[in-house]
Write a new protein. Sequence first.
Length: 239
Amino acid sequence: MKRLFWITGITTGLTVFWLTAQTSVDPLIQGYRDTEVASVADAMEQLYGQQAFMSHEMRPLEKTKFAGPAWTVLMKKAESKEGGPAVHGMLDAIDAAPAGAVYVMSVENGADYAGIGGLMATGMKARGLAGAVIDASIRDTPHIKKMQFPVFSRGVVPSTMVGHYRFAGVNVPVTCAGVKVNPGDIVTADEDGVVVVPKGHATDVLKKAQDLDNQEHSTIPFIEKFKSIKEAVAKFGRI
């Protein structure tokens, strides 16, 4: 059974975005969850000549693997005495996010600011989000670890965005850690990093990535048996 979400009124400009979420896991999303992120990155490059992986600085708080459609949030640097009201839009964005989505936050020059903390992460987990990718740092890490909510970020800091940033849009195109992300694009992440697949390419990229996964998994026992990486690469074409 599908549920349809229509989000409007909390974006900047004229942005209307439709996103379908399913009570059961979409086979496409499950396929990405079961496929190594490195293979997805290779598939994007081989099929479309695109390096779709985020900066190496984006690291998980703990060992994790997830995938889902992007739910994007944009934050702009702006010193303000308004404090909380200047960032309330990102709270609305969390409360509107559908289960299974990946919260992708682009923060302008945000490495020294915490994009999310324990309260926001709690809200995301309560909404059933698959994970969060924050192009900034995070805080309240003991609480986030205790919840076991998966988060990628640039680091850990004790600072806040309140008074230093303003909300600039939800479900708008963003650039996160060097990669363009559109609402609904597939975001997949594991310990190797984060890769973004344009939704229009998602089916073809998954098939190619699964093929690459199978090649690699077949190559490993060959290397172990014949003790030659060169012969294995010649046979399977995967490195």
